[in-house]
Write a protein that binds this ligand. Structure first.
Ligand code: ADP
Length: 543
């Protein structure tokens, strides 16, 4: 018997369609950028789409062909936005590179991806000059600036000027249609152990991710929003915001390298930002600045916080003191990155505020498209009871199937193992207890480092805290708390430990507290637990 097929148009999901849609339906909606140079640049989706077409022409003129990788070392800005669309839209692959990585790692990544062109912001010129002799595949270096900012002297031979390239073209270019499974961009994981691995996104995965993450119970993006992604375009495509903003026609505000509390606050106010997204550490800076100067936000209403656990105290401060709703989210490079976000269901609306908050503090429900499970040590799925904790595995159309040029599959029975340990409650709210390599194993019992950190962060004298495993002769491992005090605040070891009493079981309370001036962070703003564990490898716990 012949099967009846759907009789709908076959239209591939193309990244270029997001921008052409924005240029047609939100033509005069602005994209505002604070440039590396410090000034403000503003134009519209109509302008951006034309310039993305010109860039596609320019890259073709340089000899780039379908599938070629175009590297970027750049902050959040309109030229980076044009490169996102001009490369992917024309069948090239946008390879965003995290400039905060070590130079050797950056060179390794560029060589691994075999980037043919490298585009970079003005302030990365010295870095690129230093790396250039080790880059084996880059044929063209493009400085993302105008003729006035081109260096008089440089060791880069044939350095090209972005504005000259773009402005030499006429824009008579039609975005090509091709298989939606074609690679669109690559992002490398930070690779805390071993070499970084490349996640290769496709047009299809990117458009589906943009669709799903714009939904009301996800990021809830709309044409009424003014979106400022603090999260960098150089890591996991700024959580997809350059795509979802175009999809809904929201105004975009791109802060460049100006990410300190003062600069961000000014941009939030002058551009009337309603929605933002970033890792917890950036909010620490913004909150401190606003508190010190007794400032309030006039338009800023909600923010997604993820990348590391959002401490409940941060959620409360933003909501109670500043009227900003926090949407706690979880994801990873291998998930494009969004997996879960925490929003209430209708049945929760009548709950007391405290009960609602306990739900919102979790990492949240999956967005449609992502499927998750928690797996026990015996390899069997664990119940969704909010208590059983196991290894979190996921699958879905925007989850990687394999890494760039790696033969071995990361999947286990068709699921991607996230390396996170989590619980899931009967309503489907997932809560991360730890990265599996960060859990503290005390006498066969697991202590959640995130829970210990969340409690410490609620102490008014604590600026930042990290809980790590410390060797113990009897219990194998015991928790050690590393604390950065707020400037001018006083806090003793005993006061910190007393703060835990009544909040968790006695045996989970850290054995010791050490105070440091600074906690090391990774290139994506996460606490570097590995480094801390090395630093305190010989720490002797009090008996
Ligand atoms: P990296 O930047 O280290 O390459 P990712 O950006 O992919 O890695 O980070 C993914 C990891 O970050 C997750 O596996 C998880 O451990 C952690 N993470 C992300 N969001 C959260 C969150 N809301 N709460 C706790 N951990 C989180």
């Amino acid at each position: 018997m012949s099967r009846l097929m759907g009789q709908m148009m076959q239209m591939p999901l193309m990244i270029s369609s997001l921008l052409t849609h924005a240029a047609r339906h939100s033509a005069d909606t602005e994209i505002v950028s604070k440039r590396v140079e410090g000034d403000i640049h503003r134009y519209t989706y109509r302008d951006a789409e034309l310039r993305a077409r010109k860039l596609a022409q320019a890259l073709a003129r340089l000899g780039c062909e379908m599938g070629d990788r175009i590297g970027t070392l750049a902050w959040n800005g309109y030229r980076h936005f044009e490169i996102y669309y001009g490369t992917s839209g024309s069948g090239l692959v946008c390879h965003t590179i995290n400039p905060r990585l070590f130079p050797e790692q950056i060179a390794w990544i560029i060589n691994d991806a075999e980037d043919r062109v490298l585009c970079f912001d003005l302030n990365f010129l010295p870095l690129v000059e230093k790396l250039a002799p080790t880059l084996r595949t880059v044929q063209h270096f493009v400085l993302m600036s105008d003729p006035a900012h081109m260096p008089a002297q440089t060791s880069l031979s044939g350095l090209l000027c972005y504005e000259e390239l773009v402005e030499a073209e006429d824009g008579q270019y039609t975005w090509p249609q091709f298989d939606e499974n074609t690679a669109s961009s690559i992002c490398y994981t930070s690779g805390t152990t071993g070499h970084p691995k490349g996640a290769v996104y496709s047009h299809r995965s990117t458009v589906l991710h943009a669709y799903a993450s714009a939904l009301p119970d996800a990021m809830g993006c709309s044409a009424q929003d003014v979106i400022l992604p603090v999260v960098p375009m150089f890591h996991v495509n700024a959580w997809g915001l350059p795509y979802s903003a175009a999809l809904v026609g929201a105004k975009l505000v791109l802060p460049g390298p100006h990410l300190d509390g003062k600069s961000l606050y000014e941009l939030f106010e002058t551009e009337k930002v309603t929605f933002s997204a970033g890792v917890p550490t950036v909010w620490l800076g913004l909150i401190n600045h606003a508190k010190q100067h007794n400032l309030k936000f006039s338009t800023f209403k909600r923010t997604v916080i993820g990348g590391s656990a959002c401490p409940p105290s941060m959620l409360r401060t933003l909501e109670d003191d500043f009227g900003v709703n926090v949407i706690h989210a979880w994801g990873m490079t291998e998930l494009s990155p969004l997996g879960t976000l925490s929003k209430l269901k209708a049945k929760h609306l009548d709950l007391p505020l405290e009960a609602q908050r306990r739900i919102l503090e979790k990492q949240g429900k999956v967005i449609y498209g992502i499927d998750m499970q928690i797996i026990g040590d015996d390899g069997q799925p664990l119940p969704w009871d909010g208590k059983s904790s196991g290894n979190l595995v996921v699958r879905g159309p925007w989850v990687i199937q394999s890494y760039f040029r790696r033969d071995e599959s990361p999947l286990q029975d068709g699921w991607f193992p996230t390396g996170d340990v989590a619980t899931i409650d009967p309503d489907g709210y997932m809560q991360i207890t730890d990265r599996s390599k960060d859990v503290i194993k005390s006498g066969g019992e697991w202590i959640s480092s995130i829970e210990l950190e969340n409690i410490a962060m609620a102490h008014p004298a604590v600026h930042e805290a990290a809980a790590i495993a410390c060797k113990h002769p009897k219990w194998d491992e015991r928790p050690l708390l590393v604390v950065v005090r707020k400037p001018g605040a006083s806090l003793t070891r005993e006061e910190m430990l007393a703060f835990y009493e009544g909040k968790i079981a006695k045996w989970q309370i850290p054995d010791d507290v050490v105070f440091v001036d600074e906690i090391p962070h990774t290139a994506t703003g996460k606490i570097q637990k590995l480094k801390l564990r090395e630093q305190f490898a010989n720490h002797v716990l009090p008996t």
